[in-house]
Design a protein around this ligand. Structure first.
Ligand code: G3P
Ligand code: MG
Length: 249
């Protein structure tokens, strides 16, 4: 486990920006988080077919834009023609798919922190994604305002090869904690373990913390139901409705 920036990571992180108030993973969602006083956001990054990293969650663009294609079939020019805001609300019509470069510039200008999730959807190359995205994030944000996470062990391994633990905090994402979690985390000198709170248990949180890792939980939107996790030592919650969470006692 690494000693990274514990102090810099806040208790509440906006999931895909402030995704209840603005279209997820867009600059509008990041601005909404900032306006609500939320200092950190979680965003998903993937590559377009031409290798451009963009902020996007799904394998295709149909749910969150006016397009129909797989993300991997778009290049920067065709992606730029899509509207990633109108599906969410008329007020957001014209919101573009954000490139990682543009999003990092916005975060840097707002002084915000980023949990960048290297999102490896089915059939996509984890190595190319990490090689493209991680250096850009490192160049744009100071180490205490960047936490790179992934469900993909190969993506995290590439990220770790790019920068050592004191320069880059890594988080290992799981839906359910597998038996091999400790070896995964040790192999990439992880800072944190990120768990789906619906499956996470008190004993798992205890074991992870005893091994020296911070625990983050996603995606919790009910502060009352989430309350026990603060007692169990969770470090941060990743929420679609981050302003609903009172600061932990
Ligand atoms: O990084 C936490 C969370 O975003 C992981 O799941 O599917 O929402 O990207 P997903
Ligand atoms: Mg995510």
């Amino acid at each position: 486990a690494t000693a990274f920036p514990a102090a810099a990571l806040p208790p509440v992180i906006g999931h895909r920006g402030y995704s209840r108030r603005a279209p997820e993973n867009t600059q509008a969602a990041v601005r909404a988080a900032h306006r609500a006083g939320i200092g950190w956001v979680e965003l998903d990054v993937q590559l377009l077919g031409d290798g451009t990293p963009v902020i996007w969650h799904d394998r295709d663009v149909s749910r969150c834009s006016n397009g129909r294609s797989r993300l991997a079939r778009l290049d920067q020019e065709s992606a730029a023609r899509l509207d990633a805001g109108a599906w969410f609300g008329e007020a957001f019509r014209g919101e573009p798919i954000a490139t990682l470069t543009d999003m990092l510039a916005l975060l840097a200008s707002l002084g915000m922190g980023l949990n960048l999730e290297l999102k490896v959807n089915r059939g996509r190359d984890p190595l190319a994604l990490a090689r493209q995205a991680v250096p850009k994030a490192l160049a744009a944000l100071p180490p205490e305002r960047l936490l790179v996470s992934s469900f993909s062990q190969p993506a995290l391994a590439v990220a770790r090869d790019i920068a050592p633990p004191e320069a880059l905090a890594l988080g290992r994402l799981y839906k359910r904690l597998p038996a091999a979690w400790a070896s995964h985390c040790a192999a990439v000198e992880a800072f944190s373990v990120h768990l789906d709170w619906r499956y996470a248990t008190r004993s798992q949180l205890g074991a992870i913390r005893r091994a020296g890792y911070a625990v983050l939980c996603y995606t919790a939107n009910d502060p009352a139901a989430f309350a026990p996790f603060w007692q169990w030592g969770v470090r941060s919650v990743i929420s679609d409705e981050p302003a609903a969470f009172p600061p932990p006692r």
